[in-house]
Design a binder for this molecule. Structure first.
Ligand SMILES: Nc1ncnc2c1ncn2[C@@H]1O[C@H](COP(=O)(O)OP(=O)(O)O)[C@@H](O)[C@H]1O
Ligand SMILES: [Mg+2]
Length: 279
């Protein structure tokens, strides 16, 4: 592929994605039904939809993660820089709700962990890795917790460790699967603010899955709304309001109309009680 073609390609794209899963009764369950999305510039992109609609399926696919024994996608294509994405990509990192921190490693060792792998040892010299980790621990506010173990941390602090471990790799694409979903409302708000700050310092394409409309409006530069299963895109809009966004903005006319529009779309698509509409 020529340099000109590569430059024109979106950083990440999903085209006409269909995903079906074989059910125990032998029937096929269609989860994603013709989803197309492209992300080009550093921005925070919210994928909003009801529980069970297929958000994690789509996010894992963007990260090149293949479920065992399932053809993914059933049809359609995921590309990174215009190239087919068929497995995990070194510029793409995922963050999960469950943190995925190792209980036997300290905070600092957890953040340093990816540099144990050959690919990352090759890419980043050990001294630079150590430097990045210490700077990142400062940025996420965990410098004084560096020698503690995950069991000695709160949920929010554990998620800071996971975020730090992702960002030390300087990913071009950061995929986040309901990362703050298990946190209490106050901690979730603090983490949203932290993510906005970290993203300004380390711009990349963030694709952030949530079923919380308020979270989507507070954090997103763009919000893509998925219908109930099988998921299709039922709304997709940009939000230009500068961040961090205030409670005043959130309760103002613009945010309220966006909120009502999203909820109306979700209700029309059949979503019932599984969309959280406020923090
Ligand atoms: N590997 C799999 N095999 C079979 N069914 C699956 C698999 N992964 C997900 N599903 C089903 O696909 C649907 C969507 O799941 P998921 O993508 O996790 O939704 P969400 O993240 O929006 O809650 C669910 O009905 C789930 O049971
Ligand atoms: Mg999910």
């Amino acid at each position: 592929m020529s340099a000109a073609t590569a430059a024109a390609a979106p950083l990440v794209s999903a085209t006409d994605i269909v995903q079906e899963y074989l059910q125990p009764d032998g029937k096929m369950l269609r989860v994603l039904d013709g989803v197309s999305l492209a992300f080009e510039r550093p921005s925070i992109n919210m994928l909003l939809g009801p529980s069970g609609c297929g958000k994690s399926t789509l996010l894992r696919m963007l990260g090149g993660v293949r479920p065992w024994n399932v053809t993914t996608p059933t049809s359609g294509a995921v590309q990174i820089d215009g190239q087919p994405c068929t497995g995990p990509h070194p510029d793409t990192v995922m963050v999960f709700q469950s943190y995925a921190n190792r209980p036997d490693l300290t905070v600092r060792e957890n953040v340093l962990y990816p540099f144990r792998f050959a690919e990352w040892r090759r890419r980043v010299p050990a001294a630079e890795a150590a430097q990045r980790v210490d700077a990142m621990l400062d940025e996420v506010g965990l410098a004084d917790k560096r020698d503690l173990y995950p069991s000695q941390l709160s949920g929010g602090q554990n998620q800071r460790v996971a975020l730090a471990r992702s960002l030390v790799l300087r990913p071009r694409v950061l995929l986040m699967d309901e990362p703050f979903g298990a946190l209490d409302a106050q901690t979730r708000t603090a983490m949203q603010t932290l993510l906005i700050k970290l993203h300004a310092a380390h711009p990349c394409v963030v694709v952030f899955v949530t079923h919380d409309v308020t979270e989507a409006l507070l954090v997103g530069d763009r919000v893509t709304v998925l219908s109930t299963q099988p998921a299709r895109i039922i709304d997709d809009f940009a939000i230009g309001e500068p961040k961090p966004r205030t409670q005043g903005w959130l309760s103002g006319d613009h945010a309220r109309s966006l909120h009502e529009r999203v909820v109306a779309h979700l209700r029309a698509s059949g979503a019932r009680g599984n969309v959280r509409v406020s923090v």
